[in-house]
Design a protein around this ligand. Structure first.
Ligand code: PNS
Length: 172
């Protein structure tokens, strides 16, 4: 019997988003994706239509710091069409988190539009841990800016950056 060399191509997934800022819900999905794929590329969108709290460089730097010890996780930035970026990166899949039924409609629209644009890239929707199903970047910023505690909802370094940017959360 001939033993074949393991020449299986690396399975790469792209996990796109705005990540303004990265939450523990995102971190949970990234860990799950890293179990399924050889590499997961956290792809932060340069979006001229949004006015983010953190610049693209700040968002990328925070994410790189959070995943510094995890060789399967790469952080990158992209602009333009997601499927074009994913193709360029040799990705087989797009990973997105699905927190609740309310996310489903938008995610399905995007998945089907992306499939129309590139039939070879599959979208994989992943559920985060139940404890993060209500967490979003938007709510985290709102609660923090109004003095509420967001402890445990974002990585500690993201909380520090929010404090530097917006001041101390009164209840933290
Ligand atoms: O974190 P978000 O804001 O929900 O992420 C949305 C994102 C970045 C995945 C989506 O806006 C996107 O893919 N933008 C890139 C442009 C593109 O390809 N648009 C068509 C998507 S069907």
């Amino acid at each position: 019997m001939t033993i074949m060399a393991n020449d299986r191509a690396e399975r790469i997934a792209v996990y796109p988003g705005t990540f303004d800022p990265l939450t523990n819900g995102h971190v949970d999905i990234i860990h799950r994706g890293a179990e399924l794929f050889d590499r997961i590329v956290v792809a932060i969108l340069v979006n001229p239509d949004k006015s983010p709290l953190f610049t693209i460089e700040e968002r990328a730097e925070m994410a790189r710091e959070v995943f510094t010890d995890q060789p399967r996780v790469e952080v990158d930035v992209f602009e333009g069409l997601l499927v074009e970026y994913a193709t360029q990166r040799g990705a087989h899949a797009i990973v997105r988190g699905l927190r609740a039924v309310s996310d489903f409609e938008f995610e399905m629209q995007m998945a089907l539009m992306n499939r129309r644009l590139s039939a070879t890239i599959e979208t994989v929707l992943m559920m985060p841990a139940e404890s993060y199903t209500y967490v979003s970047s938007r709510l985290v910023k709102e609660v923090f800016s109004l003095g509420g505690s967001i402890q445990g909802l974002v990585p500690a370094l993201v909380e520090r950056r929010l404090t530097e940017r917006l001041g101390t959360s009164q209840n933290a």
